[in-house]
Design a binder for this molecule. Sequence first.
Ligand SMILES: Nc1ncnc2c1ncn2[C@@H]1O[C@H](COP(=O)(O)OP(=O)(O)OP(=O)(O)O)[C@@H](O)[C@H]1O
Length: 234
Amino acid sequence: MTGVDIVIEFKDVNKSYKNGKVALSNINLKIDKGEFVFLVGSSGAGKSTFIKLLLKEKEVTTGKIIIEGQDITKIPRRKIPQFRRNIGVVFQDFRLLPNKTVYENVAFAMEIIGQSSKNIRRRVPFILGMVGLSDKAKFYPHELSGGEQQRVSIARAIVNKPSLLIADEPTGNLDPSTAKEIMNLLMDINRRGTTIIMATHAKDLVDKMRKRVIALDKGKVVKDEERGTYNYDK
Ligand SMILES: Nc1ncnc2c1ncn2[C@@H]1O[C@H](COP(=O)(O)OP(=O)(O)OP(=O)(O)O)[C@@H](O)[C@H]1O
């Protein structure tokens, strides 16, 4: 997928869980290559479900999700790992490997997709420089601040040059000024061409950035606005 136009399209997507709970209802939207999209909505609105469908962690009940012309609902189970390589993911709780250094955490993401050690030695220092962690390469996660740990997790998410980066509450565990720094880093990555979808409750950040805002409420899109704000009418 790298380097190819990524366009995400949800076509009449519905998702109900086994208990009958409707998590997403009749979602129709398109996200173009290079966009930065905030996904907002109160707890239970359907943001995590939206992300899980994109990653194929969950399957749609009905409808299609098309990424770069491919209907991902049709990808067979055995091809899911390969599909996921094209998407970087960042979580609220960082999810770093505690027994690996910063360098090793990022290198590991390249090792598991079979990159040569020569490529790894060239790429990891470059990415650590980009996220401002060159001097922390030999540190372990527990020796870092929350903001630094999140930078490592962002480095790991982008080291294999995904076209799409999904950030699920990436600033949720950070104080406001650190959250702003992480936001700036994500904007920087977006300016370099990576499409970003960020689920968040961080009203201040959303209002400041004035990027596209998609708001969910009870599984429905209740707002989709260019240069939007956090608030939406239910
Ligand atoms: N595995 C599941 N089985 C049954 N119901 C589920 C499951 N996962 C989520 N739900 C329900 O689907 C709805 C949407 O949940 P989802 O986790 O997508 O919301 P969210 O917007 O991500 O919330 P939060 O901000 O709290 O993470 C909720 O009502 C939730 O209880």
